[in-house]
Design a protein around this ligand. Structure first.
Ligand code: ZN
Length: 196
């Protein structure tokens, strides 16, 4: 298993609409394993391909380390689309690509999703509760949308300074972050292991 560096706010890849997957080869299967592994190491519960620098409509979700969600089946969603939704609920969100920022976001409570599994078989699933929220956040990633885009101008402006700091690479996380491109300078990896 390989830990993949996580791309943070400011990288263009997080703003791209991803490409549909039409073929699953060994590389994709390996990528999915590495994404689950990377997510677990980062203590994350959802991870989308753009967050590991890839322009693919693929996301993984695993809530089994969350108290009360141990029985929730991990999901690999390929080419997912929200087809229907009900209700509205405000829940606080964070994002592995936007370290140290959390904010309340309003989204539908329940969603009906169409997706393909790792054999590219079409599947549908109705989600409610925490997994519904995580799936919506991840599907947003596949469309180049971040949770901060859902905030009001006023709330987002409160985070402006912190977001700019992330863009400049001035943040720390206890998981591997992708290195910002540097002009003519050699840099060390900008991650800190704060739990060793
Ligand atoms: Zn995210």
């Amino acid at each position: 298993m390989k830990t993949l560096p996580i791309y943070t706010y400011g990288f263009d890849i997080l703003r791209k609409k991803t490409k549909r997957l039409t073929k699953i080869d060994d590389k994709i299967v390996e990528l999915v394993s590495n994404m689950f592994y990377t997510m677990g190491k980062a203590n994350g519960i959802g991870l989308a391909a753009p967050q590991v620098g890839l322009d693919l409509a693929l996301t993984v979700i695993d809530l089994t380390r969350v108290e009360g969600e141990e029985d929730t089946k991990p999901l690999t969603l390929i080419n997912p689309k929200v087809k229907d939704s009900h209700g509205d609920i405000v829940i606080e969100e964070g994002c592995l690509s936007i370290p140290q920022i959390r904010a309340e976001v309003e989204r539908p409570e329940k969603v009906f999703i169409e997706y393909q599994d790792l054999d590219l078989n079409p599947q549908t699933i109705e989600l409610d509760g925490m997994i519904s929220r995580v799936a919506q956040h991840e599907i947003d990633h596949l469309n180049g949308v971040l949770f901060v885009d859902h905030l009001s101008k006023e709330v987002k402006s409160d985070f402006r300074e912190q977001l700019n700091l992330i863009k400049k690479g001035g943040i720390q996380a206890n998981y591997l972050l992708a290195e910002l491109p540097k002009k003519g300078k050699k840099s060390s990896k900008n991650y800190i292991l704060d739990r060793i």
